[in-house]
Every structure is written in structure tokens, then in C-alpha cells.
Design a protein around this ligand. Structure first.
Ligand SMILES: [Zn+2]
Length: 447
């Protein structure tokens, strides 16, 4: 059954953010950029990283750290510090997610970036990947120039042992929390503001970021600001921008907590204590730091879904036409009619001008509509709220655009998608043309 709806577009605040995301959504560009990192010739370090140092720590398991897959979301001030620390600790399999490019204002607290990177406006994820491999050539880094909300396949996320959030807004945290809940992955959060910072750890089944939000925060979720904009706002308000020291402190706590989560046996024995259920708070102006209880878990919270079991269909890729993909899914499920659910986005086929009912073909996912409007010489000068958007929330054999590919609909490579078969929901992981496996550890989670 199609979900057809006319929805008033009210999210103009997000338009600039989404515009930035879309500069780098071409998979080929992501792939070729990743390859560039791998092809760089770097000297090898004799012996294994850290083997003379870290085993001196009673709890430290070098094999677990080396063989873990860790995703870092956000590559600003916190992301730089977290990535640097994880690399120094000997984590050899990293995924970096960031849609932004380097600006001069980033350099005061970004150890991995140079003025040349800023002058060229290079993507943060790509540059960070290059610099980490200079620190330790054994590191495999997959940079994803995209947005955690819709550019990271859940099939990739579920292979992570831990995810570290280094983002600057509630919306990204909310999205990441929801994705980690679905894939049952723990994640570490950090936030910095002026001379203050906080760090937290979330483990599905124990605590939840969304459950800890108040009603005002939930209302503001759609409001997102880029880091550069935060700085501009702070200057206007006479506030200090984020300092490198606070980023170092909170980034270090995040990295430490991430390393702890790679040691579940040591945590269970009490040899290590996790920050899960608590919040670390640091205040630099008068030098105070404390740990407070911060555990919220409401059984009725809608984001506590766990998607399991997951069935991978290698031949189901985002390059397939919709009709072909549906036919393959139906074949997989015994010839039953199937419906592909678009859980976090809608496919928009056209906009309607409310004044004259004129239709404008859009044919893209809803998160790309704002950019489409901004780039249109006809639509860009109209107030955004003057449009309705016609959209689909699910796709079945009656979908009127069977020639579109899953990618054109907005489905991400390696994603896990809910498929309705009769009254049941099956969770299907897509294959993809890109081979992410070369970057991942072959630990039990990744296999
Ligand atoms: Zn919750």
C-alpha cells in the first residue's frame, strides 16, 4: 500500500546543511577518494604498533584493539582528538563519517588539518584518513564524505564494535542513537561548548539518548548548525569559540571510553568501569569536573527498535531498478508480494506550488529537496513553505516509477531495509558495488 501524502515543507532551517551534504554524495567520488588513501606509499614501522608499551597495562588487550572496527562520526575538533587517540592506541580499522570541508576557522583545534587543506577546501574525512595513515601505516581507514542520517548503510554500522560521536548538534545524535539502537551497537557521545564539555556512553538495552531529552530539546531537533556557523553565532553573541583544550579533554575521555567498550570481559569483571549511565562534565573556567548519574530508559520510547534477524542478499544492490529489486525480494520470500519500507526518509516525486497548483518534478529523497529548490532558477526565490511535496513512504509493485534505481529513490549502499511480507517485517541487508570489507577487520562481528 502506498503511503501518499501531501506534507507542508517546514524544514527550511536544514536546507544549508543538506546542501553541503549533497556536494559529496557521489559514490564514485567517495570510492576513488578512499582508494587514493590506500594507494599512498607509506613507510612501514618495524614490529607491531604498541606491542612494547600497551601490554604493560594489566587490562589492555592489544589483539582486541587492533582487530576492532570503530566508526567516528564527525571530524571537527572532537573528531580530530578522538581519531588521533584511537590511532595512537593502535586501532587499525576505522571508518570516518563527515560531510564537511576544512575551513581556516577549523585549524585552531584540528591537529590533523593544515592551512593548505583549508585553502583547497578538502573534505575533512578524506584528509583525516590520510593523516592517520601517516601516524600508523597499518591503519585501514574508510572515509565516508556524507551524513550519518542517510549516507551510512546500516550493514556497515552493524559491523562496528563501537561508534564514537563527535558531532555538534542534537539531530545528528538523535539519528545516530536510533541507528545504533536498531543495530544493537554501543556508542560514545561528546559535546563541547566554550570552556565546558560532556561525555556519555550509550548501550542499547541500558540507556538511550532520546529518553534523556526534554520536550524543548525534542522540539528543537531539526535545528542544525554547522561548526563554522556556531563560531559566527558565538562571535555575534560575544562568546568564546570552542577551545582546543576542551576538545582535547572531552575527545580523550571519549577515546578512553571507546577503548573500554572493546574490553567487555574486563568491564564485566570490574577491572574497568564504563561511563554508561553517567555523564562526565568538565568546566575549564573555574576548573571543575564531576561525574553525575545520567540514565534514562523509557520502555515506551519509539526509537528502541532492534532490527533482527538481518538477512543479507548480495545480489540486491542500489544500482537495481525498483521493479527488479522488488522481483528479487519477492522471489526470496516465496513469491509473496513485498513492500519496501522507507523508514527515515520519503521519496518525493514532485512539488506543488500552493498558489497556482503547478507541479515541479523533483524525483529524489526528501533530504535532497531543499538543495534542489536552492539550485532551481525558478524555485529558489519562492518561500519554501509555499510548496507541498508529494511523497512515498514505501515502495511496492504499484510504484509509478519502476525504472528508477534504489539509489535514485534514496536507498544507501549496504543499508538494511525493512521489507513487509504479508503481515511480517523482514530486515534485508543490501550488497553494494563498493567493497567495504577491505577496510574492516575480519573479527567475528565483521565476518
Ligand atoms: Zn529511548
Amino acid at each position: 500500500m502506498y503511503i501518499k501524502a501531501f506534507r507542508l515543507v517546514q524544514t527550511y532551517d536544514n536546507s544549508l546543511e543538506y546542501a553541503k551534504c549533497f556536494l559529496y554524495l557521489c559514490n564514485k567520488r567517495m570510492d576513488s577518494a578512499a582508494m587514493r588513501v590506500d594507494e599512498e606509499l607509506t613507510p612501514t614501522i618495524p614490529g607491531r604498533w604498541g606491542e612494547e608499551v600497551f601490554p604493560l597495562l594489566s587490562w589492555f588487550r592489544l589483539d582486541k584493539v587492533r582487530n576492532a572496527n570503530v566508526m567516528v562520526v564527525g571530524c571537527g575538533a572532537l573528531g580530530n582528538e578522538v581519531l588521533k587517540n584511537l590511532a595512537l592506541f593502535g586501532v587499525e580499522h576505522l571508518v570516518i563519517v563527515d560531510f564537511d570541508t576544512i575551513e581556516l576557522s577549523n585549524l585552531t583545534r584540528s591537529i590533523l588539518f593544515t592551512p593548505e587543506d583549508a585553502a583547497e577546501g578538502r573534505p575533512k574525512a578524506i584528509v583525516a584518513a590520510e593523516r592517520l595513515r601517516k601516524i600508523n601505516p597499518a591503519i585501514q581507514v574508510l572515509p565516508i564524505v556524507g551524513d550519518i542520517a542517510h549516507d551510512v548503510g546500516l550493514g556497515l554500522l552493524r559491523r562496528m564494535d563501537v561508534v564514537v560521536a563527535c558531532v555538534d548538534n542534537r539531530w545528528a545524535r538523535y539519528c545516530l542513537n536510533r541507528l545504533c539502537m536498531r543495530m544493537n551497537r554501543p556508542w560514545v557521545d561528546g559535546g563541547i561548548d566554550g570552556l565546558e564539555g560532556t561525555a556519555r556512553v550509550f548501550v542499547p538495552g541500558k540507556n538511550c539518548y532520546a529518553c534523556g531529552l526534554g520536550p524543548e530539546a525534542l522540539k528543537d531537533l531539526s535545528f542544525r548548525l554547522s561548526c563554522a556557523s556556531v563560531i559566527r553565532r558565538n562571535i555575534r553573541e560575544g562568546r568564546m569559540p570552542t577551545t582546543p583544550v576542551v576538545a582535547s579533554i572531552i575527545g580523550a575521555v571519549e577515546a578512553q571510553e571507546a577503548i573500554k567498550l572493546l574490553h567487555p570481559e574486563e568491564l564485566a569483571r570490574g577491572e574497568l568501569t564504563s561511563l554508561c549511565g553517567k555523564m562526565y562534565y568538565y568546566e575549564g573556567q573555574h576548573l571543575a569536573s564531576r561525574i553525575v548519574d545520567f540514565s534514562a530508559y523509557d520502555d515506551d520510547c519509539p526509537v528502541h527498535e532492534r532490527w533482527e534477524p538481518i538477512e543479507k542478499i548480495e545480489s540486491l544492490t542500489t544500482g537495481l531498478r525498483v521493479d527488479d529489486a522488488l522481483a528479487r525480494l519477492s522471489e526470496r520470500f516465496g513469491g509473496e508480494p513485498v513492500e519496501l519500507c522507507l523508514r527515515d526518509f520519503r521519496f518525493v516525486d514532485y512539488l506543488v506550488d500552493r498558489e497556482d497548483d503547478r507541479r515541479y518534478v523533483v524525483s529524489r529523497p526528501d533530504y535532497a529537496v531543499e538543495r534542489f529548490v536552492e539550485e532551481s532558477p525558478v524555485l529558489r526565490y519562492k518561500p519554501f513553505h509555499s510548496f507541498y511535496q508529494h511523497e512515498f513512504g514505501s515502495i511496492d509493485m504499484r510504484f509509478p516509477y519502476p525504472e528508477l534505481t534504489l539509489k535514485e529513490i534514496g536507498v544507501t549502499g549496504c543499508d538494511v531495509v525493512p521489507v513487509r511480507v504479508g503481515k511480517a517485517i523482514r530486515y534485508v541487508e543490501l550488497g553494494d558495488e563498493l567493497d567495504y570489507s577491505i577496510y574492516l577487520s575480519t573479527n567475528t562481528r565483521a565476518s
